[in-house]
Design a protein. Sequence first.
Length: 157
Amino acid sequence: MKTLIAGMLLLATCTAIAAGHAAGPYVDAREYPSEAEGWERFRAVEARLVRGFDAICGDTFCEGEFHNLQPLRFRCSVQAASGRVGECLWTFTGSTARVDTATGRIAVDAQTWACRAPLAATTLLPVLLQTLEQDDALHAALPGTPDSIYDGLTACL
């Protein structure tokens, strides 16, 4: 019986701790202002950015050693109370492989990058999303700056 009570208390404590961590001042942009409203719009913007990257990759970032760069996720944090963006990161991966002709072994160099979007400190998520919903989201000037997502990628990749 003591073991059962101790287990229940431990479970209650862990649940309370987890709930406290989930209730921070920032949320994922996909959940702002609510999951129902944020998910579709943010995913559409991410898909638009990926299409833009794919269209320019071969002539820009994908000419070097890591010619197979792949975008992974575009994520943003948002202050839940104000809608102000904390930061946005776009992650990428790429690899190169070489065959050792003497041994037949393949040497792989795989890397990842986390590229920050050059956002103004006061950027509101609805304004950012509206900007990135344009036809050329990759090159659109970000709110309050002369910079674009492309500029952030150039500095990163």
